[in-house]
Design a protein around this ligand. Structure first.
Ligand SMILES: Cc1ncc(COP(=O)(O)O)c(C=O)c1O
Length: 251
């Protein structure tokens, strides 16, 4: 009989964690290390995190905006524990009041003039793939614009929209995706003004696409690109061009 790997004792030693990650993680998930020394967190509370040596940090990223109400929020901890003790999974082929209730509450926060519905996803990358699929099937167009230095995820669609070589596998990527420069006010390739970046969108649509767009995806504040807000006028100027070419805008 083989021994269960689950019997491994949990080891908080930095080298042990780093070595296991190097040995057992897929390359794509090893690549996202935007800091110089390995950072390990053991617990969190509110806006604070503690590492394995009990040093405290302020989490200014909210774990990439996933922990939007702070770490270990008591109401969330209690609700998760209660549900986990009752039923841990119910596939979408069965009916359950909680997701349906959540969908209604979520839609109540959206502008009232539209007939919204919810499509739940498990990850950011899955949401990006869905957005690309919806944009193409809704518009009937193929060509889609994305931005250099944008990270959108590790799935096939999301990596094809990612403008960073380290996250793009050496395989034929999805077709119909064109990249434009990010309008970075501090280090942008065309300088701090908005116009050259909007001109590039016009040029790329005119020269590198069919002229009919499915859409464009923009992070209004790029994460991997430096957490710098897009300059005033870029989003509205970009959206105007994308919509004029028949595309939808994904933010
Ligand atoms: C802007 C952005 N989009 C998409 C993703 C992918 O999300 P996930 O890792 O949940 O697939 C990330 C992850 O960091 C992200 O920062």
């Amino acid at each position: 009989m083989t021994e269960s790997p689950l019997s491994l004792p949990l080891d908080w030693n930095t080298d042990a964690i780093v070595n296991r990650r190097e040995a057992f993680y897929a390359a794509t998930q090893r690549a996202f290390v935007p800091y110089q020394t390995p950072q390990i967190f053991k617990r969190g509370s509110g806006q604070y995190l503690w590492d394995q040596h009990d040093r405290r940090y302020i989490d200014l990223l909210a774990m990439n905006v996933c922990v939007s109400v702070g770490h270990a929020h008591p109401a969330i901890t209690e609700a998760v524990a209660q549900q986990a003790g009752q039923l841990q999974h119910s596939t979408t082929m069965f009916y359950h009041p909680v997701p349906a209730h959540y969908a209604e509450e979520l839609l109540a926060t959206m502008p009232s003039e539209h007939d919204w519905v919810v499509h739940f996803t498990n990850s950011g990358a899955e949401a990006i793939d869905l957005a690309l699929l919806m944009a193409r099937s809704h518009t009937g167009n193929i060509d889609f614009l994305s931005m250099q230095t944008a990270y959108h995820g590790a799935t096939f669609g999301a990596q094809a929209l990612t403008g960073i070589s380290a996250f793009r596998h050496n395989v034929p990527q999805l077709t119909g995706i064109k990249f434009v420069a990010e309008p970075n006010s501090y280090r942008g390739v065309y300088g701090p003004e908005v116009e050259p970046y909007l001109d590039e969108i016009e040029r790329v649509i005119r020269l590198e696409t069919s002229g009919a767009l499915a859409g464009m995806i923009i992070e209004p504040v790029q994460g991997y690109g430096g957490i710098i807000a897009m300059p005033q006028g870029y989003l509205s100027g970009a959206f105007e061009q994308i919509r004029a070419a028949g595309g939808v805008c994904v933010v």
